[in-house]
Design a protein around this ligand. Sequence first.
Ligand code: NDP
Length: 307
Amino acid sequence: FDLEQLGVHDSVASVFPPEELADFLADLPVSVDVIGDDEISDCDAVVTIEHREAFLECDWIHSIQAGVDRFPFDEFEDHDVILTNSTGIHGRTVGETVAGYLLSFSRRLHDHVANQQERQWHRPEWDEAFTLPGTTACVVGTGTLGRGVAETLGSLGVRVTGVRRSEEPVPGFEDVYANEDLHTAIGDADFVVVTVPLTDETYHLFDADAFETMREDASFVNVARGSVVDQPALIDALESGAIRGAALDVFEDEPLPEESPLWEMDEVIVTPHSAALTRDYFRDVGELVETNVGRLEADEAFTNRVV
Ligand code: NDP
């Protein structure tokens, strides 16, 4: 297709100012503008975070997120619309966020921050704090996020194992299990970290059985998508002591409703779907878009193509 008009949809403002990305792309040999819903029909291609019906009349849609579960793949295919995503750019950001969660659990930082709000000088019990070397994290999903998590946790001395769709080894992971061996993989880990896309196969992958399989002193981390987890089952597991704690960046319902019991649990860290945020986000997305505009001109296949 001919690319003359590329729009940066204003929905990306929840992650970075759309103008920053439009400026970054200004040297491309196409016209780049920040657009609202009314201008979608003027564009051949749109960079966006949200889906709109009107995208089905464009030739190419680029998602600034890696997760594209909100886009209707069948309709894109029926209308011959190319969909690309932003996998590949979130390894370091999410890796550092997960390292932060684990350091909070081990060094009790979340307790100290909570106590500080109350001007309370409370030291942890003698056996609450620990160090990370000697602990094991099972990372479920060994793609960009999983590898970024393995790199940061590995550098902190954590033994990292992984789960993917095959047993093929992955650099940075001491052992790799196939998805049918999920319960064996998570059974003896101190931390279970979820980094898989949300698909029909991974919907509610973490259910009551999975939490029952985890160790009672283990903590659960979800930086993937809320619906990979049966959230009521997770809440039950935390309340009954089937697992010790959780760090959660994503939820079945976002923003997490005010009445959710997760907000008030001592050993639960809630972050607002912010694990991948960085002031460089627009640049990382911009480089992906530039690469694909270059490929289009050279008549080569797009990178990160989903549909
Ligand atoms: P990748 O495509 O790079 O990696 C996906 C990994 O998941 C692969 O290792 C893949 O296995 C594995 N996988 C897929 N299906 C299954 C399954 N049924 N069982 C076990 N493993 C499976 O994606 P990214 O790492 O870039 O992103 C992963 C997801 O994380 C995104 O889809 C998004 O939803 C979420 N995300 C969340 C962010 C946040 O802000 N919290 C930021 C970025 C992403 P295999 O290696 O065998 O192919």
